[in-house]
Design a binder for this molecule. Structure first.
Ligand code: SF4
Length: 269
């Protein structure tokens, strides 16, 4: 199963490389049976993907993780995108009990207290909802690019996510930021207004700042943490077994530890 998944992902990546964006998506939809999911953060790369998926009118579900801490501008572009393409982007929200327990214990911005607290917040706001969003999926589309950060430099067009038992598809892996900007501009694609205010990468409002000239694209994410610690789980391989609500932080740490040993650590969207 694992070897077959790895081989299928490698073959897919090879064949995708010859195609344009819409062709890459079509190939995945033609080749992989079962549920296909695209998780959009509503950032500019994901807007390019949403545009291509909407024009293709294929069978990939477009979903987002509504952490409850997003910027108002992110909700604005969400509404604008649904109106522009006549689609509904399905939201996955944090489990109420986990959120209430965290806020009661740590405070509303308790993720600043420690890396463990921050990972716990990302655990119940992002990682656990992601698990539900990908439940039963055969392929997971992302807007990851190799050029986004050093941690993403080896991002392939398609890879086996053995922990989740699916193929992770990154159709923009070989695009530069200039490619994305050009595609969005040329196709009049709606995008988050914060991108024009120094935010190349946009996550939760309290954990994202504008970057300075010369800084890495993702320097504005969890800027108070050391570079090597800036992980929170979406693009780490999930540990075997389900994440139990309320135990996401422990699951994350186990996952992060295993990933580190494989030199396979990736950042969150
Ligand atoms: S990015 Fe910040 S607010 Fe959002 S889930 Fe992670 S720690 Fe919590």
């Amino acid at each position: 199963m694992t070897a077959a998944l790895v081989r299928a992902a490698e073959d897919l990546a090879t064949d995708m490389a010859r195609l344009d964006l819409r062709g890459r998506i079509r190939l995945v939809e033609d080749r992989i049976p079962g549920r296909l999911v695209f998780t959009t953060s509503l950032g500019i790369e994901d807007q390019a993907l949403t545009h291509a998926l909407a024009l293709n009118k294929g069978r990939t579900e477009i979903v987002t993780l509504d952490t409850g801490r997003l910027f108002p501008e992110t909700y604005d572009v969400w509404v604008e995108t649904e109106a522009a393409y006549g689609i509904r982007i399905r939201a996955y929200a944090p489990e109420r009990q986990a959120e209430e327990a965290f806020v009661a214990a740590e405070g509303i911005n308790g993720f600043r207290h420690s890396i463990t607290a921050r990972q716990q917040c990302c655990g119940f706001r992002k990682v656990e909802p992601l698990g539900r969003a990908l439940d039963g999926a055969a392929a997971w589309f992302t807007g990851l690019r190799a050029g986004q950060s050093a941690n993403r430099a080896d991002t392939p067009l398609a890879e086996a996510d053995e922990g989740r038992g699916l193929i992770k598809v990154n159709p923009l892996a070989d695009w530069t930021r200039a490619d994305v900007d050009r595609f969005v501009r040329d196709n009049f694609i709606p995008y988050n207004a914060l991108h024009d205010r120094g935010f190349p990468s946009i996550g939760c409002a309290p954990c994202t700042r504008a970057v300075k000239i010369g800084e890495d694209e993702r320097a504005g994410r969890w800027w108070w943490e050391q570079e090597s610690k800036k992980e929170c789980g979406l693009h780490l391989h999930r540990p075997e077994g389900d994440v139990v609500p309320g135990q996401e932080a422990a699951a994350f740490e186990e996952s992060a530890s295993a990933a580190t040993s494989r030199e396979d650590r990736r950042e969150l969207v």
